[in-house]
Design a binder for this molecule. Sequence first.
Ligand SMILES: Cc1ncc(COP(=O)(O)O)c(C=O)c1O
Length: 478
Amino acid sequence: MTPPTTAPTPEDLLATLRELQAADLPAHGGRTLAYVYDSGLADADAVGLAALAMFASSNGLDPTAFPSLLRMENDLVALTGGLLGAPDGFVGSVTSGGTESILLAVLAARQAAGATDPSMVVPTSAHAAFHKAAEFLGVRAVLVDVDPDTLRADPAAMAAAIDDTTVLVVASAPSYAHGVVDPVTEIAALASGRGIRCHVDACIGGWVLPHLDGTPPWTFVVEGVTSISVDLHKYAYTPKGVSVLLHRTPALRRGHFFASANWPGYTMLNSTMQSTRSGGPLAAAWAVTRRIGVEGYAQLAHDAREATLAVAAAVDGIPGLHVLVPPDSTLVALVADESCDVFSVADQMLERGWFVQPQMSFGDVPPSLHLTLSAATAPSVPELVVALQQSVEAARAAGPVAVDPGLRALVGSLDPTTLDDQGFAGLLSAAGLAGSDGGLALPRRMAPVNALLDACPPGLREALLLGVLDRLSRPTAG
Ligand SMILES: Cc1ncc(COP(=O)(O)O)c(C=O)c1O
């Protein structure tokens, strides 16, 4: 893109940004049921944005230079610890998001154990961030199947998977894909019995579950839970870029601290992956959490939970669609019978102004639609249910999307380990996805693409989507 010769006015720039944003999923309004979280509270959003701007250029790199940021971080850690039953002496760090919190929990466990071939025992339902941690940090993920009926982690199978190399066991509260809480008490007990750490990934549920009745214990009140991750940019409804990683003791955290005096500049001293850290998201989270307050969050959690239960109940009455497993929190996965397919339902929902997230089949679990319900969706549940009814009807009338047999055979012949750019280009062209400029031309209806991807084994799907990401991430043409 050629830089403009005269500087555009601020008004022009903002108008251009608004034009660009028009193609995005809406972050507010409660109709985007993944990626974004909306409290529906305009004043909380406003104070968050003001705080974000006020501290956008402050740098958490040096807590002595910006004591305000250290204070806000310690305040947020204290608030989160209070919510999660943290014992005296607990500590925590604010990170950029759930994935960073998980990477740090794995890193801390690896560093403390000092094992030559460290591994972690991970239920198959755990978030992919653990796979990223495995790859980035050289900690083998030993995957353990979940109970096929409840889709919750299976403590007996996890116990059997623990060995001398295990440095961490993992539980979710709840799992992203299926919205169920693992049996944390049993999992933490088997870990602590062997002197192994237990991390509870409550990135998505940590700010909701404490306000709901009937959830089995999963916080620090459970003996043996050593660390918990909770994302504030999810159900604390703060601007993106904030998660909290709590540890039961300072010693447990030490392994993810980093210092280097081995260069001529300032001694680099970091508690997280980042070094320079904008104060903006932290300040925004500080302001929003205070503005909403504990009672406010209890109400928001209640609203989102009621919305989830109402959607789940309504789905029971929609022929062709059902709930995969009763939701424990505010996430629900929906599956279709053979009369339609979830990918077509997702397209139909988008036509009606609702985004629901397609999830591919995994083991014996069929493809599904993921819905993350925010408090702001609660007032529109009747509309959401009508959209689901109409979308399923339309998808059933059209019949399940079919994958072209030639394309299926072509995909079946691809080897993800040897797939090169030429092979990928050939596939794009055969699938009708090649743009005239050599890039990608994504269709309006994604069901055929999703059905094709669903037919691929996970390794091939990863290779194909990495190819897609590579094509998408290219400099704008001049
Ligand atoms: C349970 C769980 N863990 C981890 C993550 C990763 O969080 P992030 O996308 O903030 O890195 C998510 C995101 O949805 C999640 O739901």
